[in-house]
Design a protein around this ligand. Structure first.
Ligand SMILES: [Zn+2]
Length: 300
């Protein structure tokens, strides 16, 4: 497998505000888990009149910490990378207490399901942005221009935010600092995710600030390794199919040796998202419907 160099030596002081870089501060929520690493990092851009990226999970202590860090300042914009429950729910409480409007691509599933996602674990179904943004839109906030970069895949409504002229990109969960990203159907889409990685590879930003873990200071080889890693996963799946291993549960056992039992389900979702992409390309077919418990084989 491609070597992925994750930065896991990230320390945070829950409730405190950290100066990450000039004009960039962060408050980390106390929601550590197997999926969020140390927790959700809420970024604060600018000083005085500030923009906040991903107010975070619905934890009153986190909202209190964020607002006390900004005592005497004004939140003018709330930018939302995507609608998972560790990212967008606190925006409602922040808006209630400050009036700060929200900016996002749309409600959960907006990039893929105009009538709403049929069923989805971890989605914040309540969030509706005050202002809908699209790929390429520029938001004037925090004394600068912030470009919206639509990066569907992790979710269909995922947006990265680029700080004009700085080479800084806030990558949400599209590219994380400490782990690969879960891509879980139906709203998660591996083909879209790969295209969104290619989009980042073509941009040439200089530093990434993910929601979980610290900055990625050399993003070009990092993104290339993520793309290679996913291609290798597809090769592994083809290899399984070539040996008659056609069910996702059995593939996970072979592809992720020694995997933490708590992560088996997420790994199965990611393999399923690869399977869907490979079936859509016509590389593989299912004996029956395309489903998480389906039985697959190579074409020919
Ligand atoms: Zn997420």
């Amino acid at each position: 497998m491609a070597e992925l160099h994750f930065g896991r030596n990230y320390s945070c002081d829950y409730g405190a505000v950290e100066q990450v870089a000039p004009g960039i501060r962060r408050v980390t929520a106390r929601n550590p888990s197997k999926f969020t690493f140390k927790g959700t990092g809420t970024y604060i851009l600018g000083t005085g009149k500030v923009a906040v990226i991903d107010a975070g999970p619905d934890l009153p202590d986190h909202v209190d910490a964020l607002l006390s860090a900004l005592d005497g300042e004004e939140i003018t914009h709330q930018l939302i990378t995507h609608t998972h429950t560790d990212h967008s729910p606190a925006a409602a409480a922040v808006k209630k207490r400050t009036g700060a409007a929200t900016y996002g691509f749309g409600p959960h599933g907006a990039g893929r399901f105009p009538d709403g996602v049929p069923m989805e674990a971890g989605g914040d179904m309540d969030f509706v942005p005050d202002h809908t943004v699209a790929h390429g839109d520029i938001i004037e906030a925090a004394g600068t221009q912030i470009e919206c970069v639509h990066t569907p895949g992790h979710t269909s409504n995922h947006i990265c935010f680029a700080l004009a002229g700085s080479g800084a990109l806030f990558t949400g969960d599209h590219v994380m600092g400490w782990s690969t990203t879960v891509v879980s159907p139906p709203d998660g889409d591996m083909a879209a995710y790969m295209a969104s990685l290619e989009l980042l590879a073509s941009r040439g930003d200089k530093i990434y600030y993910p929601t979980h873990a610290g900055p990625i200071t050399d993003p070009t080889p990092y993104v290339a390794a993520l793309i290679e890693h996913r291609r290798e996963r597809e090769h592994q799946i083809m290899d399984c199919l070539g040996r008659g291993v056609g069910r996702i549960a059995d593939m996970v056992g072979e592809m992720y040796p020694g995997l933490d039992p708590e992560l088996v389900s997420a790994a199965g979702r990611s393999v399923f998202s690869h399977i869907i992409a490979m079936a859509e390309r016509g590389d593989i077919i299912a004996d029956g419907p395309i489903a998480a418990d389906g039985d697959y084989r190579k074409v020919n």
